[in-house]
Ligand binder design. Structure first.
Ligand code: FAD
Ligand code: 2HG
Ligand code: ZN
Length: 471
């Protein structure tokens, strides 16, 4: 064993370091199965001090580190490169909820707590942690902050960065930044915590955070609607916004081919409505005890049916019924995964241009790869569509994936013409840095490189992620 590994073993003990190839392997492939990396070892520190000591030792030896949370990245952000030169540093053992303050409405929580466990802890305290993504059973607080996750409730509560009041971070040289403040107002210089949010493990290791909580809703209502067109879906969205914008918790879109894959591959899912080319899932919530959401939902949908904006609707009669609607939506990614290879375009455009985006993309994609299937779904209320493309039956997965960049470029050209973004919520990871020069080149990319050089001058933290190589 080399000197560094010896010192790491002494520091972390047998439970804190995995070196057997069979133990390392599960950490080295991304959720989509697209990237297969290799690692020198898996470091499993159990405290912030241990993280700091690991990082300091690695920095002393110039060793690379890839921070990893739940390994649910859609862009292979937590997967090491195949040369096996990096250590994976998993935060899973930092799994304590340190404090919940129901007067301040804050939660101080360690990076390795899963998002779902954090939601449950907040709920047990009578509050709401509003961040919600379909991977919340595995994704960890450190990972959701490092990727600035969006998800299902962005519409009302914002992205992960809108929920962060303070951070504790281990810097690239092993020093700890104790920034766990819980202030709502604090204008004392640059907002450093926001640098680390969305930095995808390239600037520091997040070990804990202070998150904003919200009051727990008193009433929740949900509907699953069959919709004749994307324009109608947006008109329906506008109607709910006009009725009570503050009650709109989520407004999600599912195209018929996407719903078909969920029904085909996920046991126990039945479509809640009659068939349509498009569907939306509407989730309403209020803390107002006189809110009467049910009446608002029924009235708005009755008028929409009358006006031809929907062709059918199912209203949830219980929490279990609402959960069944969400199960369908939350399995869109899984249903698509089980169908075979796909290329994912996590794009955002101004909400009003979504019908144009979907129509133009369908035409362009059929021209590029005849027979491919557009599997679209996502957070339509935020203008964020997962405009994914499924392999056609007549070519192999390998042949299809060899055209991944052409497919992304085809969709992104339309997105660019609509003044959108090629990555709305999943980040850049290891799959998309090549797009940064075109989209963020010039002073913007120069500033990003300058920040990276200032905080990680030896470039040991998650190399090959987010930023393209310097020209
Ligand atoms: P990982 O995948 O382990 O890591 C992601 C990135 O963060 C990597 O670059 C890693 O190096 C870095 N990182 C991890 N932990 C730390 C840390 N403590 N400090 C510094 N850097 C760190 N994303 C959305 O935004 N919205 C969605 O709706 C959504 N739905 C999803 C549904 C499914 C089924 C799946 C598989 C993924 C989904 N994602 C979604 C993507 C993914 O879940 C999120 O990006 C999530 O935030 C990643 O969390 P994680 O703990 O798994 O991070
Ligand atoms: C979702 O919204 C996730 O379900 C996954 O962001 C999106 O699979 C995808 O492309
Ligand atoms: Zn999403």
């Amino acid at each position: 064993m080399d000197d560094l590994l010896n010192r790491l073993t002494t520091l972390l003990g047998p439970a804190g370091l995995l070196t057997a190839p069979s133990d390392i392997a599960p950490f080295c492939t991304d959720w989509r199965g697209l990237m297969h990396g290799a690692a020198r070892a898996i470091l499993r520190p159990a405290s912030t001090d241990q993280v700091a000591q690991c990082v300091a030792l690695c920095a002393e030896h110039g060793a690379k580190m890839v921070p990893q949370g739940g390994n649910t990245s859609m862009v292979a952000g937590a997967t090491p490169s195949a040369d096996g030169s990096a250590f994976i540093l998993t935060l899973s053992r930092l799994n304590q909820v340190r404090a919940i303050d129901t007067t301040d409405l804050t939660m101080t929580i360690e990076a390795g707590v899963t998002l779902q466990a954090a939601q449950i802890a907040a709920d047990d305290a009578g509050a709401l942690l509003p961040l919600s993504i379909s991977a919340e059973g595995s994704a960890q607080i450190g990972g959701v902050l490092a990727t600035n996750a969006g998800g299902n409730n962005t519409l009302r509560y914002g992205n992960a960065r809108d929920l962060v009041l303070g951070l504790e971070v281990v810097l690239a040289d092993g020093r700890i930044w104790h920034g766990l403040r819980s202030l709502r107002k604090d204008n004392t210089g640059y907002c450093l915590r926001q640098l680390f949010v969305g930095s995808e493990g390239t600037l520091g290791i997040i070990t804990a955070a202070v998150l904003k909580l919200s009051p727990r809703p008193r009433d929740r209502q949900a509907a699953f609607c069959a919709v004749p067109s994307v324009d109608a879906a947006l008109a329906l969205f506008a109607r709910f916004r006009a009725e009570d914008a503050s009650a709109l918790q989520a407004f999600e879109y599912i195209a018929a081919p996407t719903l078909d894959l969920v029904v085909k591959h996920i046991p126990g899912i039945t479509p809640p409505t009659s068939r349509a080319p498009h569907y939306v899932l509407i989730d309403l919530a209020t803390t107002n005890k006189h809110g009467n959401l049910r009446a608002m939902l029924e009235d708005t949908l009755a008028t929409a049916l009358n006006d031809g904006l929907i062709t059918d609707a199912a209203l949830a009669d219980s929490a279990a019924h609402r959960a069944a609607f969400w199960k369908l939506r939350e399995n869109c990614a899984e249903g698509q995964k089980q169908e075979g290879a796909s290329v994912k375009n996590d794009v955002s455009v101004p909400v009003s241009t979504i019908p144009t985006l979907l129509a133009q993309a369908e035409t362009a994609l059929q021209h590029l790869i005849p027979g491919c299937r557009m599997v679209a779904f996502g957070h339509i209320g935020d203008g964020n569509i997962h405009l994914n493309v499924q392999q056609p039956a007549n070519i192999t997965a390998g042949e299809f994936l060899s055209q991944a960049h052409d497919i992304m470029d085809c969709v992104n050209a339309i997105v660019q013409s609509l003044h959108g973004s090629f990555s709305a919520e999943h980040g850049i990871g290891k799959l998309k840095p090549y797009l940064m020069t075109n989209w963020r080149g010039g002073p913007e990319l120069d500033m990003m490189h300058a920040i990276k050089s200032a905080l990680d001058p030896a470039c040991t933290l998650n190399p090959g992620t987010l930023l393209p190589p310097r020209p």
